[in-house]
Design a protein. Structure first.
Lengths: 203, 371
């Protein structure tokens, strides 16, 4: 795998950016969408029949909301160490290698994901834009951890996945506005409780 | 020759020259926050709730009409219809809420019982990650400070490698100092607990209270002085990890040794920094202050909204940029000052630990100056 650092070029800012966007969309689709779906079903069941509502139905979405970022964290760590990048990066034909030209060890992958990204996020994310500065296309987290992102293939699959996920998200948003929201608005709500004998703000 | 004034003067120059260290300084003073997005959204949520016109001065008028509407609606969707009617509230309003179902407290309680441990575990996980980032940054930062103070060349990668190499030792040292600080305040809590127990047992007497009061005061005073001394020791220990390359506990002892060698200089430097840094902050924030003053003046004069908005925006941007640049710079000035004092004290030793760390470690403690 040592050939990586000598044969392949470093990836430019925009390709890395779109790979990151794809990763965000993938992470969102596996964590945030299930959360929204479960929350909406819980709220719907509450609005339809309040007396039979079980508060435990809110536990699962809450657990999802809290635990999924940790799952995504470990997935990113493992994939970066094992395959040289997360799914978004792999689909865009990118691989992260260390100074020896091989995939990072676990420790370097961990520090790159945590301390490295924290470093690049300082000064309003200036560290990410540092990739524009010189020909090496290195961000601050690359410079601190001695890593680089190489282009090992064409970004076709990445672009296809990005477009498909974008379409999926647009469809979901349209579906939410056109179908789910009117459904919720049509369900009778309950007025808030004002204090007795005093004029109180009320919906 | 070392002097506090020349130390601070040179530290300003070094802090300005070594801008790479600004990044790490910002990381250490809290420039990065895992939870920033959720905080922002929470803030927005609270704000929008405050500004929601439905929550302001919305009163029910004609309550009799409300009650009539409810009683006529009888079942099902009557509550919402009733709420939409306006009128002033009187004691008859309870009839409005008869249709609200009772709250399932057991369900809510069991949900909380299930959720709270998960939330705590998740919070603990992210705290641990933040703490690890902090100790990594310490390793990189103090290595950079010492190299810069010694005029040695270094790059991003050198600092990152030092962070990776030393994070465990900084982790141990942080825990060690936390433990020492905790121990220092335990007597205060202990005396308070005994006093509460004595008073609770019914044997209240003024003499006992006075004795415990004196004891409490003495304990607080001791904890205060000890923690100030511990701060100085920490400054030296943090640098000693990189410079002396000895185990964590020895680093702590070395910190005490460095402090006790020149306690006056440490105190002088701390006081000088307390005087100089706020003045420096005032100077740096002067443009922001002037712009904010102009904005306030314009508001008072009731000039056009566009002009006020423009000057206000300019003040906000200037303030933001000033904070982003001055926080790490000021932090670097203080850190360089302590590093230079540390290097000065260290050079004054006859027996330098870094000359042969192994031999140093195997010497009796009295011989290597740890006692």
């Amino acid at each position: 795998m040592d050939k990586y650092s000598t044969v392949y070029k470093t990836a430019g800012f925009f390709r890395r950016y779109f790979a990151m966007v794809l990763d965000y969309l993938i992470n969102m689709s596996v964590s945030f969408i299930p959360f929204l779906v479960t929350v909406f079903s819980a709220v719907e069941s509450y609005l339809k029949s309040p007396p039979y509502f079980n508060p435990l139905s809110f536990v699962f979405p809450a657990v999802l909301l809290f635990l999924m970022p940790i799952v995504v964290f470990f997935y990113s760590w493992y994939f970066t160490h094992k395959f040289g990048g997360t799914i978004g990066k792999i689909l865009f034909g990118l691989r992260i290698v260390d100074e020896g030209g091989v995939y990072m060890d676990k420790a370097t992958a961990f520090w790159r994901m945590t301390a490295g990204y924290a470093v690049s996020s300082t000064f309003l994310g200036l560290g990410y834009f540092w990739a524009f500065r010189k020909k090496e296309d290195l961000t601050w987290h690359d410079r601190f951890l001695g890593t680089k992102v190489l282009t090992v293939g064409k970004p076709v699959w990445g672009i296809v996945a990005l477009v498909l996920l974008k379409i999926l998200f647009v469809v979901l948003v349209v579906y939410f506005i056109a179908v789910t929201l009117p459904l919720f608005l049509s369900i009778p709500s309950i007025a808030p409780v004002p204090l007795l004998g005093v004029a109180q703000p009320v919906l | 020759m070392y002097s506090t004034f020349s130390n601070i003067n040179d530290s300003f120059k070094l802090a300005w020259k070594h801008k790479i260290l600004w990044i790490l300084a910002l990381l250490l003073v809290g420039g990065m926050n895992f939870n920033s997005f959720s905080n922002a959204s929470n803030f927005k949520g609270n704000d929008s709730k405050k500004e929601d016109p439905r929550f302001n001065n919305f009163q029910i008028e004609n309550p009799q009409g409300v009650v009539d509407k409810i009683t006529s609606a009888e079942s099902g969707s009557s509550v919402l219809a009733a709420a939409s009617v306006s009128g002033e509230v009187e004691n008859k309003i309870p009839e409005l809420f008869q249709g609200i179902p009772s709250i399932n407290f057991l369900g809510i309680l069991s949900s909380l019982v299930m959720l709270v441990p998960i939330i705590l575990l998740v919070a603990l996980f992210w705290c641990a990650v933040s703490f690890l980032i902090n100790v990594w940054a310490k390793g990189a930062y103090y290595s950079g400070l010492i190299k810069a103070s010694n005029s040695e060349p270094y790059e991003f990668k050198d600092l990152g490698s030092e962070g990776k190499r030393n994070w465990k030792r900084y982790l141990k040292l942080s825990i060690y100092f936390f433990y020492k600080r905790l121990l220092s305040v335990l007597p205060v809590f202990g005396i308070g607990l005994i006093l509460a127990a004595v008073n609770g047992a019914g044997t209240q007497s003024n003499a006992v209270n006075v004795i415990f009061g004196i004891l409490m005061f003495a304990a607080i005073l001791w904890a205060f002085v000890y923690n100030i001394r511990l701060y100085f020791v920490e400054q030296f220990s943090l640098r000693s990890i990189i410079a002396d390359n000895v185990p964590t506990k020895s680093t702590y002892k070395l910190g005490w040794k460095y402090f006790k060698t020149r306690p006056g200089k440490s105190l002088k430097l701390a006081l000088a920094l307390m005087l100089v840094l706020p003045i420096c902050m005032l100077v740096v924030f002067l443009p922001t202050g002037i712009l904010a003053g102009i904005t306030a003046f314009l508001v008072q004069q009731e000039v056009s909204f566009v002009l006020i908005g423009f000057v206000g925006l300019l003040a906000a941007i200037t303030g933001g940029v000033t904070i982003a640049a001055s926080a790490p710079f000021i932090n670097n000035v203080a850190s360089f000052s302590w590093t230079r004092l540390f290097l000065f004290i260290r050079e004054s030793f006859d027996d330098k630990p870094a000359a042969d760390p192994v031999e140093f470690m195997y010497k009796p403690e009295a011989a290597n100056g740890q006692i």
